[in-house]
Write a protein that binds this ligand. Structure first.
Ligand SMILES: NC(=O)c1ccc[n+]([C@@H]2O[C@H](COP(=O)([O-])OP(=O)(O)OC[C@H]3O[C@@H](n4cnc5c(N)ncnc54)[C@H](OP(=O)(O)O)[C@@H]3O)[C@@H](O)[C@H]2O)c1
Length: 263
């Protein structure tokens, strides 16, 4: 799985085709979509038209809350495959645990079945907190390959990262740039960017990379799509990493997954 991918949350179907093609031509080889983004068909069309062999692209999609449950998830997966126009995905995730619904174990067992059938090369979860992960580890037969969570310098998620490391679960950051908000204008980050002759977004993405976190920044701006990929030609010092680590404020841009109810 590439450590840097391209996310397409909130990119409308009519726009997603062009930006995914742009990202693939820029060099991204990992695309993160979801059933609820309602753009899987455009993503799939871009993958096919890119001319890049399917096996060189790492494709992730997710089962939505309303489709949780064993049979429902198997059906939702087939719908996603059809929309994407592929015969397998590389990673299939439970989008949210929805603990109040208490269906994520049934959903997980459906993902295990899809994995055993080879329809998805890997299975994982998203927005799972430690108690939800513990239950999967205790009651499941496959360890999640990935936990995709909100993660950026203002929400560094150290506890979940430590737990995941202990259990060989890769951590993937959603909203790695804090949705383009406060982190990009934070003086500690802009100062490091000036010193390194890089942009604040590149400094943040480099922080993820050096922590071993997978990041999937989203941009519909061609220059930013390229900028976000150009993070492998410089290094942050241990002191700079510590300065970024010290910015944590447990500040979410999204809802707390523990408190979410069915929509
Ligand atoms: N599993 C989940 O529950 C979940 C939740 C949210 C997101 N995600 C995934 O994570 C991906 C990324 O998260 P996200 O889209 O919420 O936020 P993000 O990637 O942190 O930030 C995207 C925002 O930052 C701007 N931006 C991107 N690159 C920039 C740069 N170099 N300089 C300045 N601004 C820049 C973008 O603007 P422009 O587009 O206008 O350039 C956009 O407004 C999503 O697309 C999705 O695939 C998953």
């Amino acid at each position: 799985m590439p450590q840097l991918g391209y996310g397409v949350f909130k990119v409308p179907e009519e726009e997603v085709y062009q930006v995914v093609l742009e990202a693939l031509h820029a060099g991204y080889r990992s695309i993160d979509t979801a059933m609820i983004y309602e753009n899987e068909a455009g993503v799939g069309r871009a993958l096919r038209d890119s001319g890049i062999p399917r096996e060189e692209i790492f494709l992730t999609t997710k089962v939505w809350n309303a489709n949780q449950g064993y049979a429902e998830t198997l059906a939702a997966f087939e719908t996603s495959l059809t929309k994407l126009g592929v015969d397998y995905v590389d990673l299939y995730l439970i989008h949210l645990p929805m603990p109040n619904e208490d269906r994520y174990m049934d959903t997980w067992h459906a993902l295990e079945e899809l994995y055993k059938q080879g329809k998805t090369k890997a299975i994982g979860v998203s927005n799972f907190h430690i108690p939800h992960l513990k239950r999967i580890l205790e009651e499941g037969t496959v360890v999640p390959a990935v936990n995709q969570i909100e993660l950026h310098p203002f929400l560094s998620q150290e506890e979940i990262r430590t737990f995941c490391k202990e259990h060989d679960i890769l951590v993937e950051a959603w909203s790695p740039l804090m949705k383009g908000r406060d982190a990009l204008t934070e003086p500690v980050i802009t100062d490091i960017a000036t010193t390194k002759d890089k942009t604040p977004a590149q400094v943040i993405l480099r922080w993820h990379i050096q922590h071993g976190i997978i990041a999937i920044p989203k941009s519909v701006t061609p220059s930013r799509i390229r900028e976000n990929l150009a993070v492998f030609d410089f290094e942050l010092s241990a002191t700079e990493m510590q300065q970024l680590d010290a910015l944590n404020q447990n500040q979410r841009t999204g809802s707390n997954p523990d408190e979410m109810h069915k929509k």
